[in-house]
Write a protein that binds this ligand. Structure first.
Ligand code: SER
Ligand code: ZN
Length: 503
């Protein structure tokens, strides 16, 4: 008999290879019908010029819990002996170098209690695709380094689902008897983990925002009708975040519409799907009579966090899930900076450090300890940790202090410009810091690969007008990493004279 571990597959960073095929465009048609939802997708594939694998032009796609109805290449049905669908992979033999693949599948969102992929929550349909939920909607190369432009048509019953949303801008709509449909076009190439779809009967708070370059953006916040009066703070937070990202990072919003949908059943706090964020109600609804000050600040920071992902995560995304902190650590750092600017910077910093010390440190010192950029994982869903997010943010913060605010801004400008529309790595981020500042951050990068909290022993001494500070560091072993190397730790200090003035 197999041991329980027999099925556990380990994915290793060292084994990364570029995708065999790229997808230029996906046309999705999602026909929502209770108990018999059908998804038709037409994908334009082309062989990846970076593909170095010898021979073999089999196409391998991810797919979970999909009932396959038909497959066609360039409009011709694929013969049954040319493909197989087993163990969550669809393999089609000997495909050409460029072709379109049309697949029709049935899915059952009503039975999907994993809240991953497409599911129903309180009478509405919604999605969560990060990290690997899209493969439960249709066949696709479900990995973040395959970026495609999506056109999505959503069809459903008019009365029960008057609102049909997806990523991008709405371009067409129509009616067929008691059903209707809307087509959305997202002009920005994105990995499928950023795909989203919502169908339901929701109330909307609408406002608008004019970007620095004069682009008018419609802002739409959706919630259940009884919660309409709890969206004002999220709207204000969104507008503040949009302005702040222009002022602080020179980043403007890029679509005509920005939407947030509040959903009561949601695994994560919120999700940054392109143009269509989906939030757990707890992170977006707030009302003066029922929400504490801390609750208001949480809404402000989560709304900002998801908005900031539009650049740090969506426009520039991760090459693979080992790089998760590339977008999460950086985006947490950005939302911490934003909250510091909106509120008291000192209180904000004390709260962030308090949270790190009381929650991330124990993780880093216990059986769950893992590096900010892990070397391997069994299930990526388990890696949305405080280490990836909070320690990841501290690593970005150290780089901010090492290179200084001006060079940091120049380096992030370089990062966003150079890698716009690409899927990159933590090394690419640090390389921009090095290039702009002229510093060698090779040793600093150990922070990404070494787990554990370094313990410092600090002594000081004043002798003959000379002040001497001595730091010793020691990182206790963590699971799978017995040997630890010294880490570069930037230290800020000031000396004050007896009147309290800088000496
Ligand atoms: N990508 C999501 C976020 O951090 C997952 O929670 O915003
Ligand atoms: Zn995030």
């Amino acid at each position: 008999m197999d041991s329980p571990q027999a099925d556990v597959k380990t994915t290793r960073l060292a084994d990364y290879t570029p995708p065999d095929f790229l997808v230029d465009h996906v046309e999705l048609d999602v026909d929502l019908r209770d108990g018999q939802t059908r998804v038709t997708s037409t994908m334009q594939f082309r062989l990846n010029p970076e593909n170095t694998r010898e021979g073999g032009s089999d196409l391998i796609l991810d797919g979970e819990c999909l009932a396959l109805e038909s497959l066609a290449i360039n409009g011709e049905p694929v013969a049954e002996n040319r493909y197989r669908y087993e163990k969550d992979k669809l393999t089609i033999e000997s495909v050409p170098e460029t072709f379109s693949l049309t697949s029709v599948v049935r899915i059952e969102p009503e039975k999907n209690t994993a809240l991953d992929g497409l599911y129903r929550s309180n009478g509405m349909y919604c999605t969560q695709c990060e990290a690997e939920g899209f493969r439960r909607i249709t066949f696709f190369p479900d990995r973040p380094d395959v970026l495609a432009r999506f056109t999505t048509t959503v069809r459903a019953d008019k009365k029960r689902y008057p609102l049909l949303l997806s990523n991008g801008n709405p371009v067409e709509q129509g009616e067929e008897g008691d059903r209707h449909w809307v087509t959305w076009e997202d002009p920005f190439p994105k990995p499928c983990y950023l795909f989203a779809l919502v169908a339901g009967d929701l109330a909307c708070l609408e406002d608008s925002y004019t970007t620095g370059s004069g682009r008018q953006v419609s802002l739409r916040l959706y919630a259940e009708h009884r919660d309409l009066d709890k969206l004002d703070h999220a709207m204000l937070s969104l507008k503040n975040a949009m302005r702040w990202d222009e002022d602080t990072y020179g980043r403007e919003y890029d679509l005509d519409i920005y939407m947030i949908v509040a959903v009561s059943h949601f695994n994560m706090g919120a999700m940054e799907n392109k143009g269509l964020n989906i939030f757990n109600t707890s992170c977006v609804l707030a009302h003066p009579s029922t929400t504490t000050d801390a609750g208001f600040q949480r809404v402000e920071s989560v709304v900002a966090h998801e908005y900031f992902h539009n650049w740090s995560g969506n426009r520039v995304t991760c090459r693979d899930w080992f790089q998760l902190s590339l977008k999460e650590g950086f985006t947490v750092f950005r939302d911490q900076q934003f909250s510091a600017d909106m509120n008291s910077a000192a209180v904000q910093r004390v709260e962030n450090v308090d949270f790190l010390v009381n929650h991330q440190f124990p993780e880093d010192q216990g059986p769950m300890a893992h590096p900010v950029r892990p070397a391997e994982y069994q299930k990526i869903d388990n890696f949305y940790t405080l280490t990836i997010y909070e320690k990841g943010a501290e690593i970005v913060r150290m780089q901010y202090h090492l290179v200084g605010p001006e060079d940091f801004r120049r380096a992030t400008d370089l990062y966003f410009d150079r890698f716009d529309g690409q899927a990159v790595t933590c090394d690419d981020f640090v390389a921009c810091m090095e290039e702009i500042s002229g510093r060698d951050l090779t040793q600093f990068k150990r922070w990404y690969s070494q787990a554990g909290t370094p313990v410092l022993t600090v002594t000081d001494r004043l002798e003959n007008d000379r002040y001497q500070l001595t730091f010793r560091q020691h990182t206790p072993p963590t699971p799978g990493q017995a040997e630890k190397q010294p880490l570069m730790i930037p230290v800020r200090l000031a000396l004050l004279d007896e009147t309290g003035e800088p000496g």
